[in-house]
Design a protein around this ligand. Structure first.
Ligand code: DON
Length: 351
């Protein structure tokens, strides 16, 4: 159901305090935020983007996972969380959608915690494939076979690096880690998981190919199953923006103040997102937007503005590459209007 909530709400510390998080006072934090001085501008640009793209009808819900085909394609929500925990939301930001491939960033973060960057990149790789996200030929042709941690093969292999005495322990560790990044407890959307598990023969095939090349590090089908669960974790736009803001804030969750990801790992995660976060559209994205980002076939995209915050947009219809059409347009519009493109000198104040 699309509810036309044109009212932008700035939800400051009160919400977080009510949720039991460490209090953050707006006045104390405002002076530290590079976004806060331009709060009205950010609000008006986000509202403009919402109004401009709400009527966009291009794209189509993912239908290779049956559940996703029947999600209301008019749902549309935008959330920004700044590094100092200011929250700005517009539209359908409470609807819980499956995180899908955005999960890959956080499983990579967990693998980096457990093994460190050298081992992870030796065992997985970091090159864009130049191929669609579910490409079988890429697994055969690429020297690393796994490609990088954000395409399906590399993500399944990355998941297989996570330690645990059994599948349950590994899965619980992943879910707890994502929850720390979001600052609240996330849960599995059972129907998405069941729908995807019944139709994931392609990912099982990728896992067996990885096994052939010795590039998967636990039982292949067990790894696909946990990977399928990680993709079926439910997030709403606000939670996703907070996960992004944790990356923007040196790995510290701005709401809970917990160091979730080691600060020295953040550049690896953002570099990987820049190269492959939007699959075979990552080049277009770098060219036009210039922000590390990650998409999922659930309809979410989160983009990171390092040191400042993150913007998450949810709108189910996808383009050919599997990226939300509206989310790309909104983030491109907001990033350009606010000079967030990291490759532009304007992003650091040079005009
Ligand atoms: O493995 C899959 O196909 C899905 N669980 C995730 C794919 C995905 O999100 C690609 N995104 N743009």
């Amino acid at each position: 159901m699309l509810r036309n909530r044109f009212q932008i709400t700035m939800i400051l510390a009160a919400t977080m305090m009510a949720a039991g998080f460490m209090p953050v006072t707006a006045s104390a934090q405002a002076s530290r935020s590079p976004v806060a001085p331009r709060r009205e501008l950010v609000e008006s640009v986000v509202r403009e983007a919402y109004d401009k793209f709400k009527g966009e009808t291009n794209g189509k819900n993912a239908d290779y996972i049956p559940y996703l085909a029947q999600v209301d394609s008019k749902l549309f929500g935008i959330a920004i969380v700044t590094a100092d925990n200011q929250v700005l939301t517009l539209g359908d930001v409470n609807y819980s959608f499956s995180i899908q491939s955005i999960s890959k960033v956080f499983t990579l973060a967990l693998a980096l915690e457990e093994l460190g960057p050298d081992k992870v990149f030796q065992r997985i790789g970091s090159e864009p494939t130049g191929r669609p996200f579910n490409s079988v030929p890429a697994v055969v042709d690429m020297p690393t076979h796994s490609g990088n941690p954000l395409v399906n093969a590399g993500a399944i292999a990355t998941m297989s690096l996570i330690s645990g005495k059994d599948a349950n322990e590994k899965w619980n560790k992943i879910l707890a880690f994502y929850s720390k990044a979001a600052g609240e407890r996330l849960t599995l959307i059972e129907e998405v998981y069941k729908s995807e598990a019944a139709t994931n023969a392609g990912n099982k095939a990728l896992s067996m190919l990885l096994a052939k090349y010795d590039r998967i590090y636990a039982d292949p089908f067990e790894s696909v199953d946990i990977y399928t669960k990680q993709c079926s974790v439910g997030v709403n736009a606000s939670q996703l923006a907070r996960m992004g803001a944790t990356l923007a804030n040196n790995g510290i969750n701005p709401a809970t103040r917990e160091q979730v990801i080691k600060r020295e790992h953040v550049p690896y995660l953002l570099a990987t997102m820049t190269m492959a976060g939007l699959y075979d559209s990552s080049g277009y994205w770098a060219w036009h937007v210039g922000l590390p980002a990650k998409s999922g076939v659930g309809g979410g995209i989160v983009a990171i503005v390092p040191g400042k915050g993150a913007i998450a947009v949810f709108a189910p219809p996808l383009d050919e590459a599997g990226n939300s059409v509206k989310a790309q347009k909104v983030i491109e519009y907001v990033a350009n209007k606010l000079d967030f493109n990291l490759y532009s000198p304007a992003s650091v104040g040079l005009k």
